[in-house]
Ligand binder design. Structure first.
Ligand SMILES: Nc1ncnc2c1ncn2[C@@H]1O[C@H](COP(=O)(O)OP(=O)(O)OP(=O)(O)O)[C@@H](O)[C@H]1O
Length: 936
């Protein structure tokens, strides 16, 4: 049986320069010039004493990498390097394992790993320490890779050799020069199926003496365990790491490997490399354990395979039990349950021995269960406390000391308590850190709240502005609505007014139409009565006609008056009173005839009559006998026309400037009819009370030459003239105006080339006209003749002056009014007025304006009556009396008032005089030809 290296180490010190195998009797003397600490600890937290006495096993986690995988699995392992904690994360939680060190192969290659966790151990061995480095973990976790490495990076075995022996020509592992004579003895054992094989031996007969065993042969030497060592194990010794490494590499290939589902080259055996440093007594045991796997996972089938797996697991299980027993302080540690534990017994029991357990694990989630089991095992091994009173049963034989067991247990419990205390401190520290973080977060929250409140205040201001804007918009909308409502109301009001005016105009048009219709009736009645007329009953029929006419209009619709009154209100019209001459002033019959004096066709003399406090302007129709011309005398020799003067009195309040006798004064229909209302038995009389009419009935008549009327009896012209008279009386001036402007092609006019120069209202006078019986129409039908010129008017004025009825009194003067003469124009005569001596130019202006109302001609007085004379300012007219005017050269009586047309106004001197003043309202009336005019 080959002796274990340790068994013969003491007897070889005398041959330090001779390399011998462990079986050699010439062992190297491990003398050393210095005595370094043989048990350095890789963990600086532990003192050598503590490590030696309290923690014989140090556990390092080595997490493999998968460089060949393109998509690496997410790691379930997380390390806290500051406290050497490895955390396994799972879906349901995590679990922390406290180790003595953690290394990820992804971050630390074998070189770094070696230097970090192994090198110090190796240095201790080189100085005489005893160290056991075992690789523990499931299959495929990288145990062999870590132990032996690969072609690119050597594993712990080769690095340790170099560390102990040093490279040739270089310094040793600890910086010291390789001493001459330093060598190592190397034994390589394989434990397979609970059998120990000597991998260095090439024959089954035990040691081969000096030299390297032949490699590559399938024959292996099986060794027996004697004590705690393999008996007669072959060893190689040498001081060249390279050579020894090459031999180990050869032996490595002799290991039994097999491809399994877990590992293509799964190690089916435990491999133990024992490096003795005889010169210092150091020993390094490197154990690469077979993978701890279950049979099903390994995919082993068959009895032999299952037995193989079971044998592999037997070593692992036995090692677990040993660790647990030591950790538990059991009195019996089952080292002898397996060959592996038998060979490792010294490592556990020797106080100077140190165990470095490297837990190989995979970060693959699929290997999580195995990883956890491995870490549990390592954590338990880490807790092993080898106290000073730990009994070493095998060493002491059958000594059974219960005190020692209890002490071991107490020490374990103390260690456990210490661990709990440390964990508690750790948790407390974490809690404090968490509390600090919480406080920090609370401060941040407070700051954020302050910001939020500040923003909230800003938001409130924005809300206020927004509300103000909204309110403003609402008010704007309401204002616009009210404006629209006002606009609509205004439009409705305008529309209402327009409709009202339209209705009024329509009503007036209807009234006018009614008037026309009634005039037609009158005309028809007149024609009928004329047809029925005879010599005997003619006047009576006419009177009867007049009465019917009056009766027909007696019930005049008052509404018509009202409507016409409304129109009159818009005009500057005044109703002139027509008074028959001879009637008392207080009984003057107001017939409401329009101011005839404004008609040039009417030859008028206006008299200003003092009528109480009023100045009355009387328009006198002169009764004259018109002698026919020579040629007419042959036809109508006995015809004598006796005119009866119709005095039309216009009461003019001269003293009252508020009274304005505007042009175009129009008599309303009822008033017009008043002229026909009073029924006289013998005469065609105008309106007025019957008693009043009786006083003037003889004079208030219009006479026509009998022959003349006989000639024009049925002619249209005579009818037209009669109708015109009616129109005149009715105030339809516009109709008359149109008719008057049209030359009347009457027979009479043809026969009478020189008609009466004045427009006369003739009435058959029973008193003065001897031929009245010859022509009833001459007596009853008023005839208006036109064809008056300026000279005629002047002549007429002269006649009027000679009329005794209008002779000047002492208090009155006559004023002849004419336009200022200009070049080629002697100045048109306007009228002759009788006014009081006290009358001023202002009074005259009022009267003159009545005459000029139709022309709307503004003027100024010339003081001297001379064209070169200065005009009298209008504001001074009231201070200049009429008697200051120059005496009229043309007339023997009276004064001359010469008027100068005002600038910018129409010069009426050369314009044809407007025959009839038309009010604006009248001008609006439609001109409708009277059908009766053409038909009758
Ligand atoms: N850290 C690593 N880096 C790279 N490759 C590795 C690492 N660990 C292991 N390997 C590779 O994984 C494979 C299996 O490793 P290894 O043989 O060392 O496992 P094992 O634990 O020894 O398994 P078994 O117990 O079955 O022998 C090998 O091919 C090895 O090269």
């Amino acid at each position: 049986m080959a002796p274990t290296p340790s068994s013969s180490s003491s007897s070889k010190s005398n041959h330090p320069h001779v390399l011998k195998t462990p079986q050699s009797k010439h062992r190297i003397n491990f003398s050393s010039t210095r005595t370094p600490n043989p048990n350095p600890s890789p963990n600086p937290n532990y003192t050598n004493k503590e490590t030696l006495q309290d923690h014989p096993i140090e556990v390092i986690g080595r997490i493999r990498d998968y460089p060949e995988r393109k998509e690496k699995p997410s790691s379930i392992l997380q390390a806290k390097l500051e406290n050497n904690t490895l955390r396994v994360r799972a879906d349901i939680g995590y679990r922390d394992f406290s180790l003595d060190g953690v290394s990820f192969s992804e971050e630390e290659d074998l070189d770094s790993f070696y230097k970090k966790f192994v090198e110090s151990r190796i240095n201790g061995v080189k100085l005489g320490a005893k160290c056991t480095i075992m690789m523990y973990g499931p299959t495929g976790s990288g145990k062999s890779h870590t132990m032996f490495g690969c072609s690119k990076q050597p594993g712990i075995v080769y690095r340790s050799l170099k560390g102990i022996l040093g490279e040739e020509g270089s310094e040793g592992g600890d910086g010291e020069k390789l001493q001459l004579g330093t060598f190592v003895q190397v034994t390589v054992l394989e434990i397979y199926n609970e059998e120990i094989y000597d991998l260095l031996s090439t024959n089954g007969g035990g040691g081969i003496g000096i030299g390297w065993p032949k490699s590559g042969s399938g024959y292996k030497v099986r060794l027996e365990v004697m004590g705690k060592k393999a008996k007669n194990a072959t060893f190689i010794s040498g001081n060249e790491a390279g050579k020894i490494s090459k031999e180990i590499q050869k032996v490595e290939k002799r290991r039994i490997i097999k491809s399994t589902l877990c590992n293509e080259r799964s190690s089916r055996s435990h491999c133990m490399i024992i490096l003795d440093v005889p010169t210092v007594g150091g020993r390094l045991m490197l154990v690469d354990m077979a993978g701890s796997e279950n049979i099903d996972q390994a995919g082993q089938s068959g009895f032999e395979a299952k037995m193989q797996t079971a044998k592999i697991n037997q070593g692992n299980i036995a090692l677990k039990r040993v660790v647990e027993s030591i950790a538990n302080g059991d009195s019996h540690v089952p080292f002898r349950d397996s060959k592996l534990t038998m060979l490792l017994q010294d490592s556990f029991e020797d106080d100077k021995s140190k165990i470095l357990m490297i837990l190989c694990a995979s970060p693959d989630p699929k290997e999580m269960h195995k990883t956890i089991c491995t870490l549990e095992y390592g954590a338990k091994a880490k807790c092993i406390v080898r106290g000073p009173h730990t009994p070493i049963k095998d060493k002491l034989g059958a000594e059974d000391s219960s005190v020692g067991v209890l002490g071991s247990r107490i020490a374990a419990m103390d260690q456990f308590i210490y661990k709990l205390q440390m964990e508690n401190k750790l948790r407390e520290k974490e809690r404090n850190d968490a509390h600090k973080q919480l406080m920090k977060k609370e401060e941040e929250v407070a700051v954020l709240r302050a910001l939020i409140e500040e923003k909230g205040s800003k938001a409130s201001e924005e809300e206020i502005n927004q509300k103000v804007n909204e309110r403003t918009e609402i008010l704007k909308i309401q204002l616009e609505k009210k404006l629209e409502e006002c606009q609509r109301m205004a439009e409705e009001f305008v529309e209402l007014e327009r409709r009202r005016m339209e209705e009024k105009i329509l009503q007036q048009q209807q009234e006018v139409e009614t008037l026309r219709r009634r005039l037609e009736e009158i005309e028809l009645e007149l024609c009928r009565s004329r047809d029925e007329n005879s010599d005997e009953n003619g006047p009576r029929d006419i009177d009867r006609f007049a009465r019917r006419l009056l009766g027909a209009y007696a019930d005049e619709d008052p509404g018509m008056v009202k409507s016409m009154d409304l129109d009159m209100g818009d005009q500057e019209a005044s109703v002139c009173d027509m008074r028959f001459v001879g009637a008392p002033a207080h009984q003057s019959s107001i017939i409401g005839i329009q101011s005839l004096s404004s008609y040039p066709h009417f030859s008028t003399l206006n008299q200003v009559v003092d009528h109480g406090d009023k100045v009355c302007l009387s328009t006198v129709f002169e009764e004259e006998e018109v002698e026919e011309e020579e040629e007419h005398k042959n036809k109508v020799e006995d015809e004598e026309v006796e005119k009866e003067v119709i005095e039309v009195t216009r009461i003019v309040d001269v003293s009252s400037p508020g009274i304005n006798f505007g042009a175009g004064s129009m008599i309303s229909s009822p008033l017009k009819l008043e002229a026909l209302k009073d029924g006289s038995e013998d005469r065609h009389s105008f309106s007025g009370p019957s008693n009043e009419y009786e006083n003037v009935k003889d004079r208030h008549s219009v006479s026509e030459p009998v022959n003349e009327y006989e000639n024009v009896k049925d002619s249209a012209s005579s009818r037209q003239l009669r109708i015109q008279n009616i129109f005149t009386l009715c105030g339809n001036n516009r109709e008359l105006c149109q008719q008057f402007r049209t030359p009347i092609p009457t027979k009479k006019r043809v026969e009478d080339p020189k008609p009466s120069p004045i427009l006369t209202v003739r009435e058959d006078s029973t008193k003065k006209n001897s031929n009245k019986e010859n022509s009833p129409l001459q007596k009853n039908v008023p005839v208006i003749e036109c064809g008056k010129n300026l000279s005629d008017m002047m002549a007429l004025a002269s006649k009027e002056n000679c009329n005794p009825s209008i002779k000047n009194t002492d208090s009155q003067i006559e004023v002849h009014v004419k336009w200022e003469a200009s070049k080629g124009n002697s100045g048109k005569f306007i009228t002759t007025l009788k006014v009081l001596k006290e009358a001023t130019l202002a009074d005259l202006r009022k009267l003159i304006e009545i005459d000029l109302a139709a022309d709307n001609q503004a003027f100024t007085f010339l003081v001297l009556g001379d064209p070169t004379g200065a005009p009298v300012p209008k504001e001074k007219e009231s201070t200049v009396q009429a008697i200051k005017l120059p005496v009229c050269n043309y007339q023997s009586h009276g004064y001359l008032a010469c008027l100068r047309p005002a600038k910018g106004t129409q010069d009426s001197n050369h314009l044809p005089s407007t025959p009839l003043p038309l009010t604006p309202m009248e001008n609006k009336l439609p001109v409708t030809p009277m059908p009766c005019l053409s038909s009758c």
